[in-house]
Design a protein around this ligand. Sequence first.
Ligand code: PLP
Length: 388
Amino acid sequence: MTPPAGRHFLQIPGPTNVPDRVLSAIAAPTIDHRGPDFSELTLEVLAGLKKVFKTDSNVIVFPGSGTGAWEAALVNTLSAGDRILMFETGQFSTLWCAMARKLGIEVDFIPGDWRHGVDPAQIEARLAEDSSHQIKAVAVVHNETSTGVTSRIAEVRGAIDAADHPALLMVDTISSLGSIDYRHDEWGIDVTVGGSQKGLMLPPGLGFNAVSERAVAAAKNASLPKSYWDWQGMLDTNPGGFFPYTPATNLLYGLREALTMLEEEGLDAVFARHDRFAEATRRAAAAWGLDLLAKDEREYSSSLTAIVTPDGVDADDLRKVILDRFDMSLGTGLGKVKGWTFRIGHLGDLNDLTLMGTLSGVEMGLDIAGIPRASSGVSAAMEYLSAG
Ligand SMILES: *Cc1c(COP(=O)(O)O)cnc(C)c1O
């Protein structure tokens, strides 16, 4: 293979492409994280994050991956042997469940088919049965990155309220935050888990917990062991603009720039842009004659689309052809859907032509791999994008 000219097309659903503005911001000299300039940076970033989470509560920023932020959510609010309710939407909910079990939490894991989101009716039924309130929390994934299915979190909140149950509500928004509408306060979320490398357009390395007052109160009695992930040190030092240990200084520069970019475009415009890219991608899939993994149109994800390959076609062979020939990375099938699905990430820093380049690469890849298609998905997507 000759080294390719031009940019690599990184169209996996995270990490996403980092805008030049953010990369430049990250390249600034590292400063004293106990000095006065640093506290200004912290306070600015924390204020900006609240707008993205849509909360007046605190957002805690950890140097770490999204997985670390999952752990922080659990260990700060729960004790060994506590019961929680989770829902099998796909690979990420499965991994979060496995983590909870490793930590000594008893998980009721409601089975799912990896083609649907959280069923609010099943949440309500499980909670209604739990009249002695043994279930301490409901923990779900907003946008299941392995399947391209977005759960209706406002309805999950409604289900908990309908059962009149005091369980905390924890939501993983790692691949939806900054791409798909999400409302921490309005939906009564107790812990929202986020990460830097998807809709927030940063490199990997930051994990977030937005924490309600109820969550902070629950933390007072939660006895799972924690040290690095302990919220308290953050809550004590953040108001002055500092952290209990060295934060990821340069990623915070990048975060400040990314938050500025989201604010300049306007969150509603950002969400509409993602909706539009997702619709164009679905039209391309329909024109190719390929099925979506997501079965319910109310749950189509705006940040990625998972596509099913025809019987007998290995989706990873197609991905390899596209990587080798066109220097584009697409998301592999994860867990139970490996081998017969691939994922197109359309979140973060992209525009109409980035998407068209992506879909063109897929269409040419289908042809080179000899995978039959009904018609041109590229034409269908162009028609849609050029119309409005
Ligand atoms: C990416 C992702 C994670 C894992 O985040 P890491 O930074 O890889 O630890 C968890 N949940 C969802 C929904 C994700 O998309």
